[in-house]
Design a protein around this ligand. Structure first.
Ligand code: CA
Length: 371
């Protein structure tokens, strides 16, 4: 079996979308007629990653054995490291890796989670991840949105504040007011998480964290700028609430630095770093250090499913999987999109990731990236 062709394309979900709002996919075909699909981190439409695939990665993959996916990834990240090992390149290689795992599942007639050693469970709880709760949204609007998401029966809710990272701490009173109101709305026992999206100084974060402790929030995510690893660690060490970070970390070494600084919950993202192969390595790293792995994942379909397959195969899945704000787009181009039933995502037993494109629907939204 050899890799014969690699398609790279964006999907424009709505004609109103800007180029930066597109999703980015890769589809890899073999000489014996199989294909696998992968998703690339969609930052700015994933264009930079897709162009790297077209110009730098695909030429090295044509003719290769797709079952060599880990060797291929490690070879390419070392060969191309000066393109920037953090961000566009790791996102590109993540998308390739996910597609090759999907392909491997189809080649062996098994779902990915079986190839990972089996699932501890195939019905996975999720937490509703709700973005945009900062200054641009009133307290009443926040509460209405949280109420609406409760209808999906999430195991927990995370409110994100999507801060302007150039303007730290100014929204703290507004955030605290909203955190208190959401706690009151959902009741004392319902699990809640708070994502500062890097909006605070270390001292600002400690001030907010103490309130979150009083309100019994479950975790406090990305309290300070992602590049202030010592600051993140300082916040983690000074608070008793679990402080998490890592969705903007693209290397194993970067995660080790977070852990050594004091972070007890790491959140690498399967479409940004390493794909399925990479997230498995992160899981081993977390297990070895005794910290929680609660992967970040906000892409609704392919990235989400790849993440669920890895989470299903983990013994210590201490928290539910992320599910981002839903939109109609999640149904549009796939034949059998994953949707929760009674608060659980059910992995099917189809080979690979268990999802494929609806070709007619895809054709209407697809924008090929060829160079
Ligand atoms: Ca976050």
């Amino acid at each position: 079996m050899k890799i014969e062709k690699i398609e790279t394309f964006q999907v424009q979900w709505s004609p109103k979308d800007t180029p930066g709002q597109r999703s980015a996919f890769v589809r890899i075909h073999t000489d014996d007629g199989l294909h696998g699909i992968g998703e690339v981190s969609p930052m700015q439409g994933g264009l930079a990653s897709l162009l790297m695939i077209v110009h730098n990665i695909a030429p090295a993959l044509i003719g290769a054995d797709p079952l060599d996916h880990a060797v291929l990834q490690d070879r390419l990240i070392h060969k191309l490291v000066k393109l920037g090992p953090e961000g566009a390149l790791t996102g590109a290689l993540a998308g390739i890796d996910i597609a090759l795992w999907d392909l491997k599942g189809k080649a062996f007639g098994q779902p990915v989670y079986k190839l990972l050693g089996g699932a501890w469970k195939t019905a996975l709880p999720f937490y509703a991840s709700i973005g945009g709760n900062g200054r641009g949204r009133s307290l009443d609007e926040v509460l209405r949105i949280v109420e609406a998401r409760m209808a999906d029966q999430p195991a927990a809710i995370k409110i994100r504040f999507d801060n302007d990272r150039t303007d730290l701490d100014t929204e703290i009173p507004d955030h605290i007011e909203k955190a208190r109101a959401v706690r009151k709305l959902v009741g004392d026992r319902f699990p809640l998480a708070f994502d500062a999206n890097n909006g605070y100084s270390a001292s600002g974060a400690i001030r907010v964290g103490r309130v979150l402790e009083e309100l019994d929030y479950w975790w406090f995510e990305e309290p300070v700028q992602h590049y202030h690893i010592r600051g993140t660690g300082e916040v983690a060490r000074k608070l008793s609430i679990t402080v998490s970070a890592g969705e903007q970390t693209y290397t194993m070494g970067g995660l080790v630095e977070l852990i050594e600084a004091g972070v007890r919950m790491i959140q690498p993202d399967i479409v940004k770093m390493g794909g399925i192969t990479g997230l498995l390595r992160c899981a081993a790293l977390a297990q070895a250090h005794g910290v929680e792995l609660v992967s970040h994942q906000t892409q609704p379909m392919v990235g989400h499913l790849a993440n669920l397959h890895v989470c299903a195969a983990q013994m210590h899945a201490t928290k539910p999987c992320e599910w981002n704000d839903p939109s109609a787009r999640t149904h549009d181009i796939f034949d059998d999109p994953p949707m929760p039933v009674d608060g659980l995502f059910h992995l099917n037993s189809r080979p690979g990731l268990g999802i494929d494109f609806d070709e007619n629907a895809l054709a209407k939204r697809r924008i090929d990236i060829t160079g």
